[in-house]
Design a binder for this molecule. Structure first.
Ligand code: CU
Length: 506
């Protein structure tokens, strides 16, 4: 199958810049260059790209994510099937886009299960010629059920993922592929979905509803296809032309004045940092990646780096339009092509003059979060980017403690049940969102230019942004044995080496 040079290079741990640039030039000159994407997608001609991105319709009614049906037929069990396969989406008004979908859609269907449930999901990989996995991002599942790159599901094969959802695990998780070398492309082509674990006793009033807003980042050529990634995408992570909410650009939501709404915000983009504000409405943070906070915290803005989630209660007290918008955020950008991050309207809420029925107040206490306490082990992970000249040109690497990912190498040996302090040191020129599989952690402090700051509140997290020049210290405890991944969640960086394995021993 025809695959362009720099994509092939993306499978390696370093990439050769001159070769990739030469390849880009060739592609730009060739109008005949049909580019089969994956699984027999129609090609598109590169000449169309010069006409710029296709416009997308805005202002349609917000679609709630469709629920994955539970086939179990008895309480306490969630059983379903997820098929990853080529599909078609209609983003632009008048043309189709070949995508990869879970059960034909992107984002994939919303999975809703409860604490205490057993989950059995049959995964069918129908992506032609490509292995895949499903990683249950943030969830406390056994290592051999967590879609590690070592446990690939071959094209055409099925496997069952089975795990229990323990008490206290309610939270806003998600699922996406994690095959070695192909994660970034499979995700930007459409494979990502939300997995909400509901609490048995939820302190948040049911009258607030519960709506997932999943942000993805779409780049669309004029013919409706998704262009393959180029050099700047591999260096910075792929940032698209349109930030979508549940697959729609700036959809509308109608609310009555005085109403409150529970919103779960997901950054499911490959590499887009979202600094968010709600104009005309008041945000209260009630939860993070791993579930509810101890108590609600008012917020004017929120930085949601790739893979992070936040749970909000938003109060719509003023009639008129309330908009969820982006603010400027400098995450470090290498080379040209830096996207405009500020001033995007992601969602428009039409607040009516008619008052809502009285809503119960948000409780002052949500649930207890116990601090993890004194660590018995300390580890230091240093993130660097390297650029070196060699015989073939410039080579770039994304490294942790000087090493690029090696699936055959265990980087850290840890013990189950032991509290550890992890110090993530970012000595690179870009921000890198750090993600650890298998458990939730607590951020205890950040240090920048010798200045130490404590977080505003204690929270369960599985992904935390580590800004360039910053050190983030976190406490964690792995309860289950087995190999776990830790990596930068700019998926192109993960793919180019910024990942390691911690082997948790019983
Ligand atoms: Cu990174």
């Amino acid at each position: 199958m025809h695959r362009r040079g720099f994509l092939a290079a993306g499978l390696a741990t370093a990439l050769s810049v001159p070769r990739a640039l030469a390849q880009m030039k060739m592609d730009g000159m060739s109008n005949m260059d049909s580019m089969p994407g994956m699984g027999g997608h129609a090609g598109h001609d590169m000449g169309a790209m010069s006409k710029g991105p296709a416009p997308l319709p805005e202002g349609e009614a917000l679609r709630e994510l469709s629920l994955l049906a539970n086939d179990a037929g008895r309480p306490g069990l969630f059983r379903a099937r997820l098929t990853a396969a080529p599909a078609t989406a209609r983003f632009a008004a008048d043309r189709n886009t070949p995508i990869l979908g879970y059960n034909g859609m992107s984002p994939g269907p919303l999975i809703e299960a409860h604490e205490g449930d057993r989950v059995e999901i049959t995964f069918a990989n129908r992506i032609e010629g490509e292995p895949s996995t499903i990683h249950w991002h943030g969830m406390p599942v056994p290592a051999d059920q967590d879609g590690n790159p070592m446990d690939q599901v071959a094209a055409g094969a099925d496997r069952v993922y089975a795990f229990e959802l323990p008490e206290g695990s309610a939270g806003s998780y998600w699922y996406h592929p994690h095959p070695h070398g192909r994660t970034a492309e499979q995700v930007y082509r459409g494979l990502a979905g939300a997995f909400v674990v509901k609490a048995k006793a939820d302190p948040v009033p049911a009258a607030y509803g519960d709506t997932v807003l999943m942000f993805t980042d779409l780049r669309l050529a004029a013919d409706g296809s998704m262009p393959e990634s180029d050099m700047k995408d591999l260096m910075n992570g792929r940032v698209g032309d349109h930030v979508l909410v549940n697959g729609q650009k700036n959809p509308r939501l109608a609310m009555a004045m005085g109403a409150k709404r529970r919103l779960r915000l997901y950054n499911a983009t490959n590499a887009r940092f979202l600094r968010l504000a709600f104009d005309g409405a008041a945000m209260t943070i009630i939860g993070t990646d791993g579930g509810l906070l101890g108590k609600p915290v008012a917020a004017d803005e929120i930085l949601l780096s790739p893979a992070e989630r936040v749970e909000l209660v938003v109060a719509f007290d003023r009639p008129g339009a309330a908009t969820l918008t982006t603010l400027d955020y400098d995450r470090g950008w290498m080379g040209p092509g830096q996207p405009a991050d500020a001033g995007l309207t992601l969602l428009t809420v039409d607040v009516s003059e008619t008052p809502a029925e009285a809503m119960p107040p948000l409780p002052e206490q949500l649930r207890p979060i116990a601090p993890l306490g004194q660590p018995t082990v300390s580890r230091r992970l240093v993130f660097t980017e390297t650029m070196a000249m060699n015989a073939t040109g410039m080579e770039m690497g994304f490294l942790i403690n000087g090493k690029a990912f090696d699936m055959e190498r265990v980087d850290i040996v840890a013990r189950a049940g032991q509290t550890e302090l992890w110090e993530i040191v970012n000595q690179a020129d870009m921000d890198h969102p750090f993600h650890l599989h298998g458990t939730q952690f607590q951020v205890v402090e950040r240090e920048r230019s010798g200045k130490v700051s404590k977080p505003r509140y204690l929270a369960w997290k599985d992904t935390v942004n580590v800004a360039r020049g910053e050190t983030v210290r976190l406490l964690l405890r792995q309860e289950r044995p087995g190999p776990r991944m830790y990596h930068c969640h700019i998926l192109e960086h993960e793919q180019l080496g910024m990942m390691g394995i911690v082997d948790v021993q019983a």
